[in-house]
Design a protein around this ligand. Structure first.
Ligand SMILES: NC(=O)c1ccc[n+]([C@@H]2O[C@H](COP(=O)([O-])OP(=O)(O)OC[C@H]3O[C@@H](n4cnc5c(N)ncnc54)[C@H](O)[C@@H]3O)[C@@H](O)[C@H]2O)c1
Length: 342
């Protein structure tokens, strides 16, 4: 039996999930496209052949002909809709972040722990990116010795006019907060945040530069530059005692002409992480079918950890000081990572 999926929120990300379900996910059916805008819901439903449309997320979640939910509406809806999916007894793949409020994340975690099972897979899809996966494997296999530092760059072409340094920390950086913690298999102990004193001549907010310390003694830096202009660009290098691993970004061609070589940058994140999104959605389908939470996927606890770091980062930025993070005890429900990665 095909798994009938409803996509809630049919913007850039929701449309991409709809495309994957319709074209690249055998065993799944695009059942409902739900968007606050009925026109947008209809447009995406027609484009990808959804069985039905809706503009009411709560009704969509409750439908008897929907087996699983993908939540791709704006950040502030994620925790409420995740909670509603759990109440409806349906697995959900929720886009990041689970919430920008750690307390709201804890409410979802409390709900799952009270029921004794996980329902929500979180859309920190970089965990499925082949480059990050090879980086993690190289570390686990001892190829570069003990990890010491990790450098991270996250650049977008142009941010919306209202995009602030705080939003760079709460909306963009959670990808790095999560994937670095996942690759290094550690927790953070402190964060410091800086912005260049040289302000932009373009009238946009300056980039954010963060330094994180981990409980195992690693140093991590993260540059978030949402107005980099030249293209979408994510880079990373893990430095060990005996070598380093760098992410190689998948470009398919290099153009050679007039004694120059050039590689193209995409305008946004979708081409760079296309395979990660596909593998993530495939893992979600396996989770729905088997009930076994995918080994490498992010869960609600990971969402909480990312929200705590973001909150501390915003405090570090506004107060201009290093902010410590307290040690956490992971609830038993989230300790086992035994599911198979498909
Ligand atoms: N995983 C990633 O790499 C990644 C990348 C970009 C965005 N995101 C996350 O995905 C989410 C969506 O981002 P986007 O770029 O697609 O945004 P978007 O603005 O393009 O799309 C959001 C859509 O949700 C609809 N919507 C708003 N409120 C709704 C509600 N209550 N119920 C149903 N639909 C509603 C809007 O009409 C819009 O069509 C955000 O939370 C964002 O942080 C994740």
């Amino acid at each position: 039996m095909s798994i009938r999926i409803a996509v809630i929120g049919a913007g850039i990300m929701g449309a991409d999930h709809a495309r994957i379900i319709a074209q690249d996910l055998p065993g799944a059916t695009l059942q409902v496209i739900c968007d606050a805008s009925p026109e947008r819901a209809r447009e995406i439903a027609e484009r990808y052949g959804s069985a039905d449309v809706s503009s009411d997320p709560m009704q969509t979640l409750a439908r008897a002909d929907v087996d699983a939910i993908i939540i791709a509406s704006p950040d502030e809806t994620h925790a409420v809709l995740s909670m509603a999916a759990i109440n409806a007894g349906k697995p959900a793949l929720c886009e990041k972040p689970l919430s920008q409020s750690p307390e709201e994340c804890l409410a979802v975690i409390d709900k799952e722990t009270s029921l004794g099972r996980q329902f929500v897979q979180l859309g920190f899809m970089r965990r499925f990116d082949p480059a990050y996966r090879e980086m993690k494997s190289a570390l686990q296999d001892g190829v570069i010795g003990r990890a010491v530092m990790m450098h991270n760059f996250h650049r977008n072409v142009e941010a919306p006019a209202n995009f602030s340094g705080q939003m760079a920390i709460s909306n963009s950086a959670p990808h790095e907060f999560d994937v670095v913690r996942h690759v290094l298999d550690t927790e953070y102990s402190a964060i410091s945040v800086f912005q260049p004193a040289r302000r932009s001549t373009l009238g946009v907010d300056a980039p954010v530069f963060m330094v994180l310390e981990t409980r195992d003694g690693h140093l991590v830096n993260i540059e978030i530059n949402n107005n980099a202009r030249y293209g979408y660009d994510v880079r990373g290098e893990l430095v060990g005692e005996q070598g380093s691993v760098q992410l190689a970004c998948p470009v398919h061609t290099r153009v050679n002409t007039q004694r120059q070589a050039a590689e193209r940058y995409a305008a946004d994140w979708r081409p760079r992480f296309a395979e990660a999104y596909r593998l993530q959605d495939k893992a979600f389908l396996a989770f729905v079918n088997t009930g076994v939470f995918p080994a490498h996927a992010a869960n609600t606890w990971d969402g909480y950890c990312a929200a705590l770091v973001a909150q501390a980062g915003i405090q570090a930025l506004s107060e201009g000081r290093r902010v410590s993070l307290r040690a956490l005890d992971t609830p038993a429900l989230y300790l086992s990572r035994e599911g198979a990665l498909s």
